[in-house]
Structure formats: structure tokens, C-alpha cells
Design a protein around this ligand. Structure first.
Ligand SMILES: Cc1ncc(COP(=O)(O)O)c(C=O)c1O
Length: 375
């Protein structure tokens, strides 16, 4: 039976009318004007571009810029897609074969595994351990991996926890994949959004021969409305995904590809990532102050990257009810942990404009104080 993508359904049903949207997983986005200025877009050249079908696998200059971000990759290793979303969808449909299973970790963004379930494949879940800083349960991973495991999926840095895999967990993941010849599909949309470092999290590309990387303009670059993403893979896989891309969308838009081409030029790219990190670092500090104002209620494994965190709470109501009361009584949208299969947590996005964040947090604080007083 078809399984909807619970977290995206929750957002798309609630986000447009809400006043304080703390459920997004990216940084506050740029306007077109800001992007045109920051990336020094040549408007005369852009205006002179025919609104034709673009190169189906992605404009060559854009694919070259993307490839430059991955050691050893060339433009032929890149397929440009409609967001990381289409890349994840293409990868599930391309790589999995009858009788295969795939492994996902939990909590995480379950886009690839949701596609696999809807295609009829078995998905095995390996839990991450909160008390160990959301470390990988490497013993469970080993046990879950067998000869039919075709994909081990990792989101690194992770959504919703913002944690980056420790070296020992990376090694265990590669060892498990290598033991059965599985693909590692690494969703790296949050690389470049680190809290304590200006160096992007190391890519899985090049770490092992069967790696597919998924990424996009939506998170570290603050441009989700471009709907522009990519996958990096060995050329044979790129071509197989490209054949499916001709069915799903033919191509991403000319406008998005052109703008992404400006945004990924080295200087612009670094400015965009620096902007994202500024918003992320300040926002998480502001959120921490708010959470700490309710002693004994919230605890959070500090995120190491991404625009969000996944605080745990100790309240007499569960996360669905808390999220619903925040929405209905205070016009504040957050994601209940249940959408990631985990109770008593909220995913909270804080890389937003400071005034907006402060105003929304004062409503959040008011509701938490009210809930505590009721019981
Ligand atoms: C981990 C992860 N992968 C993929 C996506 C989809 O991103 P895109 O906007 O590039 O389609 C998201 C969006 O939230 C995400 O968090």
C-alpha cells in the first residue's frame, strides 16, 4: 500500500498559512535580488537566454562546477535533477532489483527509503543511539546487512539531529557495504552548514567504489525554491538514472540551472555557505537560550551541522499533541518527533531571521509554560 512521505505531507498541509514556520529544514532563503547581487548575475546574458529545453542531464558548465566540489569527479559523473528529491527517487528506482533490501538509519529523512517501500522493497531500520550522541548502532548494522542488501542509505550531516558521523561509524558503514557489495547512498545536503568548522563535512565520494552522493541548492546554499539538485555516481549509474529522468521530468528548468551556475562559482558558493553558517550558529544559540529557560524540560544532543536540532522533552503530552497545540494556540509550526518514528522530540529549525525567531520563540515559551502549569 502506498505510504505517504509523512514529514513532507505535514509541512505542505500546514506551512503556508502559519505565522512562525520553524519546521523547515534549511536556512532562511535569499530573495532573487539578493542572489543576483551576491552572485553578480549578468542580467543581460540571462535575459538573452532562450527559454528552451536545457541540456537534459544538466548544463555542461553547471555540471563542471558541481564536479569540482568532489575530488576525482568529472562532469560525466553528474546528473542535475529537480532537487535532491528527484535524485533520491531516481536512485531508488534505478539501483534496487527484485529481492533486494535496503538499510536506513533512524531518525533520518526517509525519502529514499519511502520510495523503496512504495516500490515494494524491504527496508531495514537501524536505530541511532541518542545517549551516545546519535551514534550508529554498528552491531545492528552488521546484523541487518546480508547478501541481498543493495543500498545502505545515510544522511550526513543528518536530518533531524544535525549530527555528523564519527570516523569509526563511517568506517563501520563502509565495511558493512563492502562486505556484501552494497551501494552507499549518501545524502549530503547539509555539508557546508557546520556549527564549529568552516570546512564542509567530508563527502563519501571517493571513499569506496560503490558510492552515490545526493545534494542540492536547497540547504547549504539557501536556495530551495530553485528546485535544483544533483547526484554524483559512476558514469554507468548516471546514465541509468538519466534514462529515468527523461520519464520523470526530462530536465530541471533553464532558469534554475542558469542561476545555480552563477551561485556555484567559487566566490559565490563560499559567500552562500558563510551566510548559511552565520544564520545557523546564531539561531541555535537563540534556541538554546529559550529551551534552557524551562529547566528539566528539554535536552538536546547539540547539532554539529544543519539548520535544525532535535530536542527531547519531558512533558506529560506527546509530540503530536504538543506540535498541534503550538500550531493551533500559538501559530507556530514544528515537526513532531513521531514523523521520524521517535516520540517526545521536536524538530526545530532555528537558522532564521533573528526578530522572527525571537517572536516565535516567545510564543513557544508561552505554550510550554502553559502546558507545565496544566499538569
Ligand atoms: C536530507 C534531505 N535530503 C533531501 C531533501 C530534499 O531536498 P530538495 O529541496 O533538494 O529536494 C531534504 C529536504 O528537506 C533533506 O532534508
Amino acid at each position: 500500500m502506498f505510504q505517504p512521505f509523512a514529514i513532507e505531507q505535514y509541512m505542505s498541509e500546514n506551512e503556508h498559512a502559519v505565522k512562525y514556520h520553524f519546521a523547515e529544514s534549511g536556512v532562511h532563503p535569499l530573495t532573487f535580488k539578493q542572489l543576483f547581487e551576491l552572485a553578480e548575475v549578468d542580467t543581460q546574458s540571462l535575459f538573452a537566454t532562450l527559454i528552451d529545453y536545457p541540456q537534459v542531464n544538466g548544463l555542461h558548465s553547471l555540471r563542471e562546477k558541481i564536479a569540482n566540489m568532489y575530488i576525482g569527479a568529472t562532469a560525466d559523473n553528474v546528473l542535475v535533477t529537480i532537487g535532491a528529491s528527484e535524485a533520491n527517487t531516481l536512485v531508488a528506482a534505478t539501483i534496487l532489483q527484485p529481492d533486494d533490501n535496503m538499510i536506513r538509519f533512524r531518525p533520518t529523512y526517509e525519502q529514499l527509503s519511502g520510495n523503496a517501500i512504495n516500490l515494494g522493497f524491504e527496508v531495514r531500520t537501524v536505530e541511532m543511539i541518542e545517549s551516545e550522541g546519535w551514534a550508529l548502532d554498528t552491531d545492528s548494522l552488521k546484523q541487518a546487512t546480508d547478501k541481498d542488501t543493495r543500498i545502505i542509505h545515510v544522511v550526513n550531516p543528518n536530518n533531524p539531529t544535525g549530527r555528523i558521523l564519527a570516523d569509526k561509524d563511517r568506517q563501520a558503514l563502509v565495511a558493512s557495504a563492502d562486505s556484501v557489495g552494497a551501494w552507499i547512498v549518501a545524502d549530503e545536503v547539509y555539508a557546508g552548514t557546520e556549527l564549529d568548522s568552516d570546512t564542509p563535512t567530508r563527502s563519501f565520494w571517493g571513499e569506496y567504489e560503490r558510492v552515490i552522493v545526493v545534494n542540492s541548492m536547497s540547504k547549504a546554499f539557501g536556495l530551495p525554491g530553485l528546485r535544483l539538485g544533483w547526484l554524483i555516481a559512476p558514469t554507468g549509474v548516471v546514465e541509468e538514472c538519466w534514462r529515468r529522468h527523461e520519464y520523470t521530468s526530462i530536465a530541471a528548468t533553464m532558469f534554475s540551472m542558469k542561476l545555480a551556475d552563477y551561485a556555484l562559482a567559487e566566490t559565490a558558493r563560499e559567500k552562500l555557505r558563510a551566510r548559511a553558517r552565520r544564520l545557523i550558529r546564531r539561531g541555535f544559540n537563540t534556541l538554546t537560550t529559550a529551551l534552557n529557560s524551562h529547566p528539566g524540560v528539554f535536552s538536546v544532543v547539540p547539532p554539529q551541522a544543519s539548520a535544525m536540532s532535535f530536542p527531547k522533552f519531558d512533558l506529560p503530552i506527546g509530540s503530536d499533541e504538543l506540535a498541534s497545540r503550538l500550531l493551533n494556540e500559538e501559530d507556530v509550526l514544528v515537526i513532531p518527533g513521531t514523523k521520524f518514528g521517535i516520540e517526545n522530540h521536536l524538530r526545530f529549525s532555528s537558522a532564521l531571521l533573528e526578530d522572527h525567531l525571537q517572536s516565535g520563540l516567545s510564543r513557544f515559551n508561552r505554550l510550554i509554560t502553559k502546558v507545565i502549569a496544566e499538569y
